[in-house]
Ligand binder design. Structure first.
Ligand SMILES: CC(C)(COP(=O)(O)OP(=O)(O)OC[C@H]1O[C@@H](n2cnc3c(N)ncnc32)[C@H](O)[C@@H]1OP(=O)(O)O)[C@@H](O)C(=O)NCCC(=O)NCCS
Length: 202
């Protein structure tokens, strides 16, 4: 599993650990912010209830993980591994295979770019999936940029509903062959200097 993975990348500080019920309190503190939720799927309740995170983890995330439809990690800093700063997940389905958010204080430091690299490689080279697709609200510049940097192609544009309203949305995809070719060419992320990512399922 990726749990407790140290990305080892240059400037960075990202680690991941498997989602647990205990993470609910921290999620509840960081997640219910307009800047975080506005481009998330309209299924996210807003205003966010006081028990939103515990309900989400208990009733949605953990059962889906148990079923093998979802893989979900918390994001932490190397310098403080106990402090959850965000979340990243992978899921089966036609066009929404990856999701993420990070607390405002830790944004714009390259941390999500790092975490996305690690879980994308996991999707292709541990789970063995042939293609990864994601929807991105077009106004969500930073999230689109992450996919763009990974070489994900736009395959469709359609309107979708988000917490902040209905927005034009790009559906992007990358195949396993395309991903691994980019890795081979070495034009993605610096090779981790920390421990290797274990190649086993969670
Ligand atoms: C999207 C999100 C996860 C990005 O996390 P992050 O750690 O700030 O991302 P990074 O620092 O790795 O930056 C990724 C790229 O976006 C750019 N970027 C970050 N914030 C930006 C902003 N507000 N405006 C424009 N570009 C931005 C960065 O410069 C970087 O591009 P670069 O490498 O070309 O410089 C974070 O903004 C977030 O949690 N947003 C709310 C939740 C969300 O929308 N999730 C995605 C749903 S699809």
């Amino acid at each position: 599993m990726i749990g407790n993975h140290d990305s080892g990348a240059r400037n960075a500080t990202a680690r991941t650990a498997a989602l647990q019920l205990d993470d609910a309190e921290r999620f509840q503190l960081l997640f219910p912010r307009w800047e975080i939720v506005r481009y998330l799927n309209s299924r996210v309740p807003w205003p966010y209830p006081a028990d939103g995170s515990i309900n989400f983890i208990r009733a949605v995330a953990l059962p889906a993980i148990e079923k093998g439809d979802w893989w979900h990690w918390t994001l932490r800093l190397k310098i403080d591994v106990n402090l959850v700063i965000g979340s990243i997940s992978l899921s089966t389905g036609e066009s929404n295979n990856r999701g993420f958010w990070i607390g405002e204080k830790w944004q714009r430091q390259g941390l999500m770019t790092e975490a996305v690299h690690v879980v994308t490689d996991y999707w292709f080279n541990v789970l063995g999936k042939p293609v990864l697709r994601v929807p991105k609200a077009i106004p969500n510049t930073s999230s689109r940029r992450i996919s763009e940097k990974q070489g994900m192609r736009v395959i469709a544009v359609e309107d979708r509903d988000y917490v902040g309203g209905r927005f034009p949305t790009e559906i992007r995809e990358i195949t396993r062959d395309e991903w691994n070719a980019r890795i081979e060419r070495g034009n993605l992320m610096p090779k981790p200097s920390g421990p290797d990512i274990p190649r086993t399922r969670p």
